[in-house]
Every structure is written in structure tokens, then in C-alpha cells.
Design a protein around this ligand. Structure first.
Ligand code: ZN
Length: 63
């Protein structure tokens, strides 16, 4: 279980994580358009955060 976060703080961080995931969403050759990397750390971090904290899990992450 992730550590508890205040509800407002969690909502804010989820919004930031979704925005970040959308910005760093891999294009069709698997590269992040912002970083031009295959293993984009901001994207992976945002995804991991959303898996842990988004409630209910929201599959619509791409903007
Ligand atoms: Zn990236």
C-alpha cells in the first residue's frame, strides 16, 4: 500500500501525473516525443504513480 496522502494533495498530484504521462506518451516507435528516449523516466514515474494512487484506476491517461 502506498503511503496515505491528503485528499487535496493526491488530487493535485494525480492531475500533474496525468499531464506528464500525456506529454511523455510514447509515439508509435516507442520513443517519448519530449525526451526522445525509449525508456522515458518521467512517463514511467507518472504511470507508476497513477497505478498506485489513482482511485479508481483511470485507464484514460492519454490527453
Ligand atoms: Zn519523456
Amino acid at each position: 500500500m502506498p503511503a496515505p496522502l491528503a485528499r487535496d494533495e493526491r488530487a493535485r498530484l494525480i492531475k500533474v501525473a496525468k499531464r506528464r504521462a500525456a506529454k511523455h506518451w510514447p509515439n508509435k516507435d516507442g520513443r517519448c516525443p519530449a525526451c526522445n528516449l525509449k525508456d522515458c523516466e518521467p512517463f514511467q514515474t507518472a504511470q507508476r504513480f497513477l497505478e498506485a494512487y489513482s482511485e479508481p484506476p483511470d485507464p484514460i491517461l492519454k490527453a
